[in-house]
Design a protein around this ligand. Structure first.
Ligand SMILES: *Cc1c(COP(=O)(O)O)cnc(C)c1O
Length: 349
């Protein structure tokens, strides 16, 4: 009785392997002082969780609006940006019209389209992992999609696409979602256009800045667009504990997050430079909190397995891009463990 759309869907994959060093999900590690943990515990203990939370999550929206430099009226919150991707795939255009995105990229764009029975219109990135504009335009003129997703920077490749190419695609009359999950590591944004135009929205998330477990995604757009998306939002989609803890972190302890972001940025530079010195891999530059790299001596599957044998979990993308893996940047000691394991694997094959 389950529809073919769902039966043919591959389940969302995340590693659950118990490894000593886990660098597979692009999380940011936060070192919370004991006092901060105590204050969070205290706030949590006061949550009247027999009650529904604020359906509008007003306080949280205000805290986010303040930190991201927008107005609460320009925001829709989701249970992670994953949920907002579903909402956009539901809300934009008619289902007969397809959804466009360059690949390889974040899997939720395709999953949400398939669940709804919308055509997935995928175009392969070029050798520099940038948009192949000519192929894209041909495909768009042929298939006439009404919705496009761009991960900016892209996951898993780590680069930002050429902005003018994105705008040229938008000019074909395609509603454009700029997924800026890694904004804090790239500094690049379409925010201004999202606030000015009815055909552009920006997605952000708290997940990649240390709060993945709270599940808070953020859609930013013009009030007119936000109002419509809000109509299909599930009423209590941000849980009470998430609202309380996220408000506390953003309002009172944001400096801890900012420090962690700065640490990550300098660690990314260090890990990248160390990886460049290694023979047997090709390393790609990154504007996110992870690094994409290619195994040259043996298969990506083999490299993945050997790293895991040494207790280091990375993400294997060999099924998408031949022999390619993605490593998240963690704490200094975790990164050192990764670099050491990688060095050993590459020198003892
Ligand atoms: C991790 C990631 C997300 C998911 O974010 P959640 O808010 O945790 O759902 C969205 N987009 C991209 C490109 C990501 O890498």
């Amino acid at each position: 009785m389950i529809s073919k759309r769902i039966r043919t869907l591959a389940p969302y994959k995340t590693e659950t392997t118990g490894a000593r060093v886990r660098l597979s999900s692009n999380e940011l590690s936060l070192k919370l002082p004991e006092e901060v943990k105590r204050l969070i515990g205290e706030a949590a203990s006061k949550i009247p969780f027999n009650r529904y939370p604020d359906p509008e999550a007003r306080e949280l929206k205000e805290a986010i609006a303040y930190r991201f430099g927008v107005n609460p009226e320009n925001i829709v919150l989701g249970n992670g940006s994953d949920e907002l991707i579903y909402y956009l795939s539901i809300a934009v255009g008619e289902y007969e019209k397809g959804v466009f995105y360059p690949v390889p990229t974040f899997s939720m764009y395709g999953i949400s389209a398939q669940v709804l029975g919308r055509e997935k219109i995928e175009v392969s990135l070029n050798d520099e992992f940038d948009i192949d504009l000519q192929k894209s335009l041909e495909l768009i003129r042929d298939k006439k999609p009404v919705l496009a997703y761009f991960a900016y920077p892209n996951n898993p490749t780590g680069n930002c696409f050429n902005e003018d190419k994105m705008r040229t695609i938008r000019d074909e009359g395609v509603f454009t979602v700029v997924d800026e999950a890694y904004y804090h590591y790239s500094g690049k944004t379409f925010l201004k256009e999202a606030l000015e135009r009815e055909d552009t929205v920006v997605l952000r998330t708290l997940s990649k800045i240390g709060m993945a477990g709270l599940r808070v995604g953020i859609l930013i757009g013009k009030e007119e667009v936000v109002r419509e998306i809000n109509k299909i939002r599930l009423p209590f989609n941000i849980t009470y504990p998430s609202q309380v803890i996220a408000v506390l972190m953003l309002r009172d302890f944001y400096h801890i997050i900012e420090e962690a972001i700065q640490r990550m940025l300098s660690e990314r530079q260090r890990v990248y430079e160390e990886m460049l010195k290694l023979e047997g891999i090709r390393v790609y530059p990154s504007e996110a909190n992870f690094i994409f790299f290619k195994s040259l001596y043996f298969s990506g599957d083999e490299l993945y397995r050997r790293l895991l044998q040494k207790g280091v979990l990375v993400r294997n993308f060999s099924y998408m891009v031949a022999n390619c893996l993605r490593v998240s940047i963690g704490e200094r000691e975790e990164n050192d463990a990764f670099l050491q394991a990688l060095h050993e694997v590459l020198t003892t094959y």
